[in-house]
Design a protein. Structure first.
Length: 197
């Protein structure tokens, strides 16, 4: 039977991302974020396409755009568009055979709980980016961070050589508490705040 301990973590990370996006004010979409040189709108589009890639890696197909060149426009209601993608990802993971020991992901095949944890890490950190950029009092909770951290640690060991950015980031993250460690792990300053605050 597949190890599905990461699936609940993914559900919680998706809920956090959806909650944060639903609370962005109309005037805040162009605000700067901790994700260097990207606006709130671009971080949302990046997060949406990243999540789409995790779902499509399982079901087949390609994301509708390049997540590393996120669009600076929103052609539809952002919360509705995000919800559609998050449902597709949840359905893809729910449809995995019970005996799956590897799951295709944008990072290559991973054990199911690590694959779900990787998608959760991506969703949670981008939710944090948007929350702090828009002044929301919705921090990444220690409980959510703790659930994702085992997958993050595994990914560092697996991808350290291929993605050298992880190695220095994770060493720095050890100086932070559980909730600060994930943004630091992905190269963010966990104490970043908008210039006006």
């Amino acid at each position: 039977m597949a190890d599905t301990r990461g699936f609940e973590v993914l559900t919680h990370a998706h809920a956090y991302l959806a909650e944060v996006v639903a609370s962005v004010g109309q005037s805040a979409w162009g605000a700067p974020t901790p994700c260097s040189e990207w606006t709130v709108r671009q971080v949302l589009n990046h997060a949406r396409v990243d999540q789409q890639a995790y779902g499509l890696a399982i079901t087949g197909g390609r994301p509708d755009s390049d997540p590393f060149h996120p669009a600076d426009t929103l052609d539809a209601d952002p919360a509705a568009e995000l919800d559609k993608v998050l449902r597709q990802v949840a359905d893809a993971y729910a449809g995995l055979p019970a005996d799956s020991d590897q799951v295709p992901t944008p990072l290559g095949p991973l054990p199911p709980w690590i694959a779900a944890g990787a998608a959760a890490m991506d969703a949670a950190v981008h939710a944090w980016d948007i929350a702090v950029a828009t002044g929301q009092d919705r921090p990444l909770s220690p409980e959510r961070a703790e659930g994702i951290r085992p997958a993050a640690d595994h990914l560092v060991d697996r991808l350290r050589d291929a993605y050298r950015v992880f190695a220095p980031a994770v060493e720095g993250s050890r100086d932070h508490d559980r909730a600060e460690a994930l943004p630091a792990f992905l190269g963010r300053d966990p104490h970043w705040r908008p210039a006006s605050s």
